[in-house]
Design a protein around this ligand. Structure first.
Ligand SMILES: [Zn+2]
Length: 295
C-alpha cells in the first residue's frame, strides 16, 4: 500500500516536473543552464513576454544538448554506416545511458528564425510541440538533404534531430531556429487548433513552435511501402531520453501524420506511441531522481 502511494506521489511530481523544466531539478542544475546560455550570441527567441516561459526554457534545454554535441561530418557518418552494416542488429539494444550524440549543422537555407508574430502581426504564444517523422532512407541521406542548399521555399526541408536505428542522436538544426519539417499542418491540442502562418506565400504550419525529430527508417521501409518492420528499441529509448530532458509534456508530442493537412503524409509509419510512453516514464523517473544530467 505504501509503495503504491509512493508511486502515485512520484508520478504526480514527475508530471509537475515535466511542466517545470529545470527549476525543480536543483540550483546547481539551474546554474549550468545559465552558464550555457550566456555564451549564445544569437538572440534566444522566446525570451520576450510574447512566449510563455515554458517555451524558452524547453528550447534552452534542447540547445544545451545541441551545443555540447561533438561535430560530425556526413562523410564520417556514411563511413560508419558502411562499417556497421554487418553488425547492426547487435547495436540496437536500449539503454538508459545517455545516447551518443553528434551535431551536423544544416545548410542555412533549410531553416529560419522562429517568429514572435504571425504574418498578420498577431502575437504568438504556442508552447513547444514535438513532431515525429521518419527519414524513409538511411540517416546519411536525410542528413545530405539538409546539408544541400535549397534556395526555393518549396524545396526546403529539415528536422532538428535525426535518431539512428542504433539510438545515436544527430542534431541538425539549432532548437532556437524554425526547422521546415511540416508544410500545410495544424495541431489539435487542449487549447484548440494551433497553426501559424509566417509567410504569405505558404500555407500555415506547426513549424514555428515545433521541435522536429525524425526516426531513421529500417531498410525494409526505404521505398513507399505502407508498412515496414518498425523502429528499434534503441530508437524509442533515445527518443524518450531526449524528450524527457526537454521538459515537453506528453500532450505536446505528436506525429507528422497527425498534424498534416495535405493528406499526403503518413510518417512515422508503424510508430508505437505506447512504447514511447513506457520509455518516457523510465526517463522521467531518471530525470526526477537526478541521474539525468539535466540542464
Ligand atoms: Zn514527416
Amino acid at each position: 500500500m505504501a509503495s503504491i502511494l509512493l508511486t502515485v506521489v512520484v508520478f504526480h511530481q514527475l508530471r509537475t516536473l515535466s511542466r517545470l523544466p529545470s527549476s525543480a531539478a536543483g540550483s546547481s542544475a539551474t546554474a549550468s543552464l545559465h552558464q550555457s546560455t550566456v555564451a549564445v550570441s544569437s538572440p534566444v527567441v522566446g525570451q520576450s513576454d510574447l512566449y510563455q516561459q515554458g517555451f524558452s526554457r524547453q528550447v534552452a534545454q534542447l540547445r544545451r544538448l545541441y551545443q555540447s554535441a561533438p561535430k560530425l561530418s556526413v562523410e564520417a557518418l556514411m563511413d560508419r554506416e558502411a562499417a556497421e552494416a554487418d553488425s547492426y542488429a547487435s547495436k540496437m539494444f536500449a539503454s538508459l545511458d545517455p545516447p551518443t550524440q553528434y551535431r551536423i549543422d544544416a545548410d542555412p537555407t533549410n531553416f529560419g528564425d522562429r517568429f514572435e508574430q504571425d504574418v498578420n502581426e498577431k502575437p504568438l504564444q504556442n508552447k513547444l510541440l514535438v513532431v515525429l517523422h521518419e527519414t524513409a532512407s538511411a540517416a546519411s541521406s536525410a542528413v545530405n538533404a539538409v546539408l544541400t542548399p535549397h534556395p526555393r521555399d518549396e524545396d526546403q526541408i529539415s528536422y532538428h534531430a535525426v535518431i539512428r536505428l542504433n539510438g545515436e542522436i544527430l542534431y541538425l538544426v539549432d532548437p532556437d531556429k524554425r526547422a521546415y519539417g511540416a508544410g500545410n499542418s495544424a495541431f489539435k491540442g487542449a487549447s484548440g487548433v494551433e497553426t501559424v502562418q509566417t509567410n504569405k506565400n505558404l500555407k500555415s504550419s506547426v513549424n514555428n513552435f515545433a521541435y522536429h525529430i525524425s526516426l531513421e527508417t529500417p531498410a525494409d521501409g526505404y521505398h513507399q511501402h505502407p508498412e515496414h518492420s518498425g523502429y528499434s528499441a534503441a530508437q524509442y529509448m533515445a527518443l524518450a531520453w531526449l524528450i524527457a530532458r526537454s521538459g515537453v509534456s506528453d500532450d505536446r508530442i505528436t506525429t507528422h501524420e497527425a498534424v498534416d493537412r495535405s493528406g499526403e503524409r503518413q510518417d512515422p509509419r508503424r510508430f508505437d506511441m505506447a512504447w514511447l510512453q513506457k520509455d518516457l516514464a523510465l526517463n522521467r523517473t531518471e530525470v526526477f531522481l537526478g541521474g539525468a544530467n539535466l540542464p
